[in-house]
Design a protein around this ligand. Structure first.
Ligand code: AMP
Length: 369
């Protein structure tokens, strides 16, 4: 579909995927006077609570996808693991941002790492693994410890197996389900960072302040902004984000996860992975930046001017996983804290139930009770 005019207030944004990211995108769209239509196979998806319209159907239901596409002015995604065919069906009926090719790259760790390496941006040493014996040759290059990661459908450490000294590589191969993978050197990083770049339909870009992330059991636990990095590292991270967004002709917000590694020649940034969507490590923008990542993504895909990403407060974002959201009454009463809950009924262990953004600064309020 050719590039259309901007979607005006009153227009409708289609969102593929109905998780918490879709929910927060829909809420942000409504703040701009836009309607939303969420497409998700799951009957009680969190985003349905706040969307104008819903379709409950599978991502392979081409009739439902086409009808969904025709009901909206633009389609975007809240998660990247949508079948490529779904992107094609949608794009035949309505403008789709980011473009489905960007999604295809982000879905496949091998394509992703190859593209980034071709751009001259450092990544951890890696090798393609198609069968068990490729692991042995890959280990020759990557060394031990190494991480075997499925090429597709891996997130939050799922589809990954470590291979340490003495480990049997065929055990790791069985653990990941004997499917196409990449073998990656284990990186001894100083810290994990992420950068978020927004790119509009005309190719203008801007970046948010770099976030510093702490993971627990492969899942993001806490994000701190500003990150404890020097100005050169900050600038290098932003440049990496912009170069990847430009190479993908990307429209929307794009997150890049990075490892900061100390080398004798100085600090080096390695790209771990990219996420072609809003990202957990930028939830702080809801309360500590002038334009949240959710609003920014909606603006970009709708052809609006990008909003000011300026950060006005130092902030720590903490994910509420599993039962930790049961403390909602305590959290809701904390000073300088904003509580966000996703409306999920079942608090399974490790499930993302909500998050809090705690702003730095004096706890005494200027407001009167
Ligand atoms: P991923 O699903 O690739 O984002 O991995 C989830 C988390 O696992 C990362 O945020 C890191 O904490 C850790 N991890 C992944 N790959 C590596 C690696 N090559 N070296 C060290 N830690 C890693």
């Amino acid at each position: 579909m050719p590039d259309p005019r901007p979607v005006p207030p009153g227009g409708a944004v289609g969102i593929l995927g109905g998780g918490q990211l879709g929910r927060m995108l829909a809420a942000a769209a409504s703040e701009l006077g836009l309607k939303t239509h969420v497409f998700c196979p799951d009957h009680d998806a969190p985003a349905f609570d706040v969307a104008t319209a819903r379709t409950v159907a599978g991502y392979d239901d081409e009739k439902a996808l086409a009808a969904f596409a025709r009901s909206v002015d633009v389609v975007t995604f809240e998660f990247e693991n949508v079948p490529a065919r779904a992107g094609e069906v949608l794009a035949a009926n309505v403008p789709v941002y980011p473009n489905p090719q960007a999604l295809a790259v982000a879905q496949d760790r091998l394509a992703e790492k190859t593209l980034i390496q071709e751009l001259g941006i450092p990544v951890p040493p890696f090798a393609a693994v198609n069968e068990a014996r490729d692991i042995y040759s890959g280990l020759g290059r990557a060394g031990r410890p190494a991480v075997l990661k499925t090429r597709r459908l891996g997130y939050d450490g799922k589809g990954q197996a470590a291979i340490r000294t003495g480990d049997d590589p065929s055990h790791a191969w069985r653990l990941i389900g004997e499917q196409p993978a990449i073998l990656e050197s284990f990186v001894d990083f100083r810290c994990e960072l992420s950068v978020l770049v927004a790119r509009d339909r005309q190719g203008a870009t801007l970046t948010y302040d770099v976030a510093q992330n702490r993971h627990e059991r492969h899942v993001l636990a806490e994000t701190t902004v500003p990150a404890a990095i020097d100005a050169a590292t900050d600038e290098a991270a932003r440049q990496i984000g912009v170069r990847i967004a430009e190479a993908l002709d990307y429209v929307g917000v794009l997150a890049v996860e990075l490892f900061l590694v100390d080398r004798p020649e100085g600090p080096v940034l390695l790209v771990n992975e990219i996420a072609p969507r809003v990202h957990n490590s930028f939830h702080w923008t809801q309360d500590a930046a002038l334009t949240s990542q959710f609003e920014q993504h909606v603006r970009a895909v709708c052809g609006w001017p990008l909003g000011d990403p300026c950060r006005h407060s130092d902030v720590v974002m903490t994910n509420l996983l599993g039962e930790s959201a049961a403390r909602w009454q305590v959290l809701a009463g904390e000073p300088r804290t904003r509580l966000h809950l996703y409306g999920k009924r079942e608090a399974r262990p490790g499930r993302k139930m909500g998050h809090v953004n705690r702003l730095a600064g004096p706890s005494a309020s200027a407001g009167k009770g």
